[in-house]
Design a protein around this ligand. Structure first.
Ligand SMILES: *Cc1c(COP(=O)(O)O)cnc(C)c1O
Length: 354
């Protein structure tokens, strides 16, 4: 009998999402963002599958992440979002990594260590106020330096709120700041921005969360890629007045049948779900509410209405019935964080399916 959670990564669903996203932006080059171990799904396997599906542009956060995927993506472009520093120049050279240059420190390191055949991206800030050159700085970059870049890039702050005025404001800013880079291809949007309209797609779209099943704008439902399930270790019959778990936060009002699942916050299931009181898992098509606190290794659910559930059955924690966005909403976080923390857990048995 299993005593561990099972994390299934559905490579078929990933590739399906990739193809649907490519189709949604037919005039732009599609890029895959595989930073943070491909949002917890496993960067080497995910990047290899996306490469087989035709992806030739990858984004990761730093040089080590780029080096990690290089053997799996042929001679694709690997863009490094956090830029280049002195220590990583040799790594960039060895693995042919392309920096995204966002400030003069990185630009100066680049100019002192140009890598043959590599054309960096320049990032400009249009309102996110994270990384990127500000408009007042652009006149200080020489035309020769500008001619080395392959793309001008920016990033949206509020793309997951389609009605937010920041979206149009940043689009206008981006179009205006492009005048400093005549003729240079441009990339503005990630998953959510892509669905704000074709005018947000420019020459390349950087798809991240939507590849991994995070729900984006209305009309696009990616297939779930990360599926977490856990076996029932024990069934308990509670009498009215008996409590469940730490701090006795759940007290049975009537006879209650409880299933103890082999999954906890060490596997990425947020403890906070106790505060919302909205946590649930699925057995087949039927849901069972989480009761009491999520423990480090165990979680209890009410299966009073599911008399057929028995020891050894598996509960879906995230998957087709209850996705990462559902769990995110019910536990006070976002799909992005859940993908990273569930995928970052070291204990689940990990299975890749096609
Ligand atoms: C993470 C990231 C992306 C991908 O964003 P998603 O919302 O996951 O699609 C794209 N561009 C930049 C600059 C990022 O940091």
């Amino acid at each position: 009998m299993k005593t561990n959670p099972i994390l299934t990564i559905d490579i078929g669903a990933l590739c399906k999402n990739w193809r649907m996203l490519c189709d949604s932006a037919p005039n732009a080059k599609p890029a895959a963002v595989v930073k943070a171990d491909a949002y917890g799904t496993g960067a080497t396997k995910t990047a290899a599958a996306l490469y087989d599906a035709g992806c030739r542009n990858f984004f990761v956060a730093n040089g080590a992440e780029g080096a990690n995927i290089r053997p799996h993506v042929g001679d694709s472009n690997i863009f490094i979002l956090n830029g280049i520093d002195e220590e990583s120049v040799s790594l960039f050279n060895e693995h042919r990594l392309t920096p995204v240059i966002s400030n003069f420190d990185a630009l100066n390191i680049w100019k002192a260590n140009r890598l043959p055949g590599i054309r960096p991206i320049i990032q400009i800030d249009t309102g996110l106020n994270r990384l990127g050159f500000h408009e007042s700085e652009l006149c200080k970059i020489s035309d020769t330096d500008k001619s080395e870049f392959s793309y001008v890039m920016s990033h949206l702050a509020c793309a997951d709120e389609p009605g937010h005025p920041m979206n149009m404001a940043q689009l206008t800013r981006f179009e205006s700041m492009r005048r400093f880079f005549p003729g240079l291809p441009a990339t503005l949007s990630a998953s959510n921005g892509n669905f704000l309209g074709p005018e947000f797609q420019f020459d390349m779209v950087r798809f991240g969360v939507a590849l991994y099943g995070g729900l984006t704008a209305a009309g696009f439902k990616p297939a779930p890629v990360m599926n977490l399930s856990a076996p029932v270790l024990q069934i308990i019959d509670l009498q009215p007045g008996e409590s469940v778990g730490y701090n006795a936060t759940f007290v049975a009002k009537k006879k209650t049948r409880v299933a103890v699942l082999a999954v906890g916050y060490a596997d990425g299931l947020p403890w906070y779900i106790r505060i919302s009181g909205r946590g649930k898992v699925f057995f087949g098509n039927a849901s069972a509410p989480i009761i009491g606190s999520v423990c480090m290794d165990l979680t209890m659910v009410d299966v009073s209405d599911l008399p057929s559930v028995k020891v050894g059955d598996c509960a879906e924690i995230i998957g087709n019935h209850y996705g990462v966005d559902d769990l995110g909403r019910d536990s006070g976080t976002i799909s992005y964080e859940l993908l990273c923390r569930i995928g970052g857990g070291k204990r689940a048995e990990r299975i890749y399916i096609k």
